[in-house]
Design a protein around this ligand. Sequence first.
Ligand code: CDP
Length: 253
Amino acid sequence: MGGGSTDIKLIDEKGIRLDGRRVDQLRPIKIEAGVLKNADGSAYVEWGKNKVLAAVYGPREAHPRHIQDPTRAVVDVIYNMCSFSVEERVRPGPGRRSVEISKVIADAFRNVIFTEQFPRAKIDVYIEILQANAGTRCAGVVAASVALADAGVPMMDLVPACAAGKANNQLILDLGKEEDNVGQADLPTAIVPKTGEIVLLQMDGHLTQDEFDRALQMSMNACMQIYELQKDALRRRYATSANDAPDTEEVRQ
Ligand code: CDP
C-alpha cells in the first residue's frame, strides 16, 4: 500500500483500470495440475503477470521424530520468492515477509486437510514465486490447494483465494502491482467453498465497515469463480492420465 495516495489515477471516468479491467474483474487465470514428475502433487498458476509453482510431498513420516504429532500430520508451507521474480532482486532465503506468508498459508491448510488421518506424518508444501505482480499469496494458495489435491491429500475442499481492495476511493477486485503500490487497501481472502468458512484474511490499509463488508463479498464471489478453474484443472489432469494409460488390449498382448 502506498499510504492511501489518491493522486495517481488508477481508474478512469468509465470505471476502467490501467490494465483495461472493470473494477470487479479478475486478471486472466490459468491453472495446470500435475506439472512436476518428482513431486507427489504439483500445480502451476499464471494469474495476470504472476507465475507460481506449487509442489507437495507427503504425507510421509515426519523427521526428525521430535517434530512428530501423535494425533495428526504436521503441515509445513514454504513460500519463496525467487530472486528474479521482481524488478529489484529479492535477497535469497526466508525474510520477514515470506515467513509471515508461509505461516498464514499453513494455518489456512491446517483447517482444511484431514490431518488427523495421518498421525506422526508430515506434509510439505512448497510455493515458488517465479514472477510476481501483486497477489502472490493468493496465487500461492490457489496453486497449493490444486497440488495437494493432485497429491491425493484428503481435504475438506479446495481453497480458492483472491484479494479485493480500494484505490482512487473505489472498491476493486484483484489488485495489480500499481494498485497494490498506491492503492488504499488490500484484503486477501481464502475460503472453503463447501462451508463458506474463511481460512485466510489479512488487511493492509484502511476500509470503513461498509467498504470492508462489500470488499469481502467481492473477493468471496471471485473465489467461487476461481474454485471452478481449480476443479477444471484437476479434471483435465485426470483426463490426461486416463488417456496416457495403456488400454486393456495393449496390456493383454
Ligand atoms: O504478493 P502479495 O500481494 O501477496 O504480497 P505483498 O507483500 O502485498 O506484495 C505485493 C507485490 O509487491 C508482490 O506481488 C511483488 O510484485 C511486489 N514485491 C516486490 O517487488 N519485492 C518484494 N520483496 C516483495 C514484494
